[in-house]
Design a protein around this ligand. Structure first.
Ligand code: NAD
Ligand code: UDX
Length: 454
């Protein structure tokens, strides 16, 4: 039986390994993490991650060929294939602060693998990493182990949160990059055999290591660029009377453009887009390509502009002051069908409104009050000016309350901001909401979920 171990039981490691275990009953999969709390949650009845379909997959294979454990050394040393799916956040201090990827977790994972390995292993980069990280990892592994051979593969993950299980069951493509040597090609084939249990062969792409690493950053940059393009267009639509949904529909009908990922919004969020584009920007700068770096930087700048434009629109529409006015915020997660709030535009929008002394009442079906309070209390790290951090005042935090449903949040509010496109917001009784609000009542729909006709 092939033994696999994955370092990192997060949003990627947990679901990805659970699906591999489900689809490959002949493989033993162990997911390990330095966080005991995370492993305990994976072993409990209530998973920490809200992801449609995930519960079912975990229940089917946990205890069969899927294990969650804190015994990192044992399981890494026994594995034939070790996936590394640890976090690779943006550096907040030192060289490249605000842009470069922080590879501290990755490096300590690599050193641990080298320390405990007693047999040859394939080490798979699952985390999103800067191009040429595999070279550094190879050096760390090969200089710290006794005659054991390691093959490094890059196998970036393309799942999106909220649709992770669907994406893993039926991926557009699986990408595997490896060394162009006999051993490298053999390692690529071994990983390809795993995915071939359920992914059609023509969807499994193999490339060299650097192409695979860079493709992941490029894919996220292209996706985010579409959103910033349509969001930039939304500003012009609002100035001219054009309707951005109609413009996006017309543009997307061109088969060369395609209809997906053209929804104008309050801005993109999530743990990946901003982080990965900033990483790309930094890599371009390090490679002496400032024009290319500036091109991609603009995608982030438009995203920041879109969030502040939204706040400005709220304040200016409400007679230039929201001080002590009650504003209901519907949706706090960075997109629907997830409880994840990393880089959610709701944080910036709420902070902007609090900065103007609004009282806000927040409702999100999957985000806890604790999480909201933590997110709003956290200092915002300004990627463009890493040294100028803006602390949130304790009085502003007191202006926040969390409601148990949308109707409660909207009661007595002067305005509503819709910041996540949860399906339930499409079918709310907006007449009831309107009646319970202060007049004149305002709705600011940051996700185009309300149909003004109905
Ligand atoms: P996460 O923060 O949810 O999970 C990472 C986990 O790794 C944490 O639980 C942490 O405790 C653990 N960890 C850190 N160092 C460790 C070590 N040395 N040994 C064992 N465990 C360790 O992060 P995530 O969202 O799962 O993302 C992981 C990687 O996948 C990142 O590089 C990210 O860019 C990439 N990615 C994320 C997504 C997504 O939608 N979240 C999609 C594709 C790719
Ligand atoms: C993204 C990539 O899609 C995925 O392939 C990669 O592996 C990880 O990063 P994720 O961040 O989970 O996935 O969600 P995604 O669906 O891409 O949405 C990101 C943000 O963009 C969300 O805030 C979403 O609301 C926003 N978005 C998306 C828009 O504003 N408009 C759109 O048309 C699409």
């Amino acid at each position: 039986m092939v033994k696999m171990c994955c370092l990192g039981a997060g949003y990627v490691g947990g679901p990805t390994m659970a699906v591999i275990a489900l689809k490959c009953p002949d493989v033993e999969v162990v997911v390990v993490d330095i966080s005991t709390a995370r492993i305990d949650a994976w072993n409990s009845e209530t998973l920490q991650i809200y992801e449609p379909g995930l519960d079912d997959v975990v229940k089917q294979c946990r205890g069969r060929n899927l294990l969650f454990s804190n015994d990192i050394e044992k399981h890494v040393s026994e594995a034939d294939i070790v996936f590394v799916s640890v976090n690779t956040p943006t550096k907040t201090r030192g060289l490249g602060a605000g842009k470069a990827a922080d590879l501290t977790y990755w490096e300590s994972a690599a050193r641990l693998i080298a320390d405990v390995a007693k047999s040859d292993k394939i080490v798979v980069e699952k985390s999103t990493v800067p191009v040429r990280t595999a070279e550094a990892i190879e050096k760390i592994l090969n200089h710290n182990s006794d005659g054991i051979s390691f093959q490094i593969l890059s196998n970036p993950e393309f799942l999106a949160e909220g649709t992770a299980i669907q994406d893993l069951f039926s991926p557009d493509r699986v990408l595997i990059g490896g060394r162009e040597t006999r051993e490298g090609r053999r390692a690529v084939e071994a990983l390809k055999d795993v995915y071939a249990h359920w992914v059609p062969e023509d969807r499994i792409l193999t490339t060299n290591l650097w192409s695979a690493e860079l493709s992941k950053l490029a894919a996220n940059a292209f996706l985010a660029q579409r959103i910033s393009s349509v969001n930039a267009m939304s500003a012009l639509c609002e100035a001219t009377g054009a309707n951005v949904a109609e413009v996006a529909y017309a543009v997307g009908k061109d088969s060369r453009v395609g209809p997906k990922f053209l929804n104008a919004s309050v801005g993109f969020g999530g743990s990946c887009f901003q982080k990965d584009i900033l990483n790309l920007v930094y890599i371009c700068e390090c490679n002496g390509l400032p024009e290319v770096a500036n091109y991609w930087k603009q995608v982030i700048k438009i995203n920041d502009y879109q969030k502040s434009r939204f706040v400005n629109r709220v304040v200016s529409s409400m007679f230039n002051t929201v001080a002590n006015k009650r504003i209901a915020v519907l949706g706090f997660a960075f997109k629907k069908d997830t409880g994840d709030t990393r880089e959610t535009p709701a944080i910036d929008v709420c902070k902007g409104l609090l900065g103007d002394q609004a009282k806000i009442s927040i409702y999100d079906p999957q985000v806890t009050e604790d999480q909201i309070q933590r997110d709003l209390a956290m200092n915002k790290f300004d990627w463009d000016h890493p040294l100028h951090l803006q602390p949130m005042s304790p009085t502003a935090i007191k202006q926040v309350s969390v409601a148990w449903d949308a109707y409660e949040a909207a009661k007595d509010a002067h305005g509503i901001c819709i910041l996540t496109e949860w399906d339930e917001f499409k079918t709310l009784d907006y007449t009831r909401i309107y009646e319970s609000m202060q007049k004149p009542a305002f709705v600011f729909d940051g996700r185009n979920v309300v149909d003004p006709e109905s």
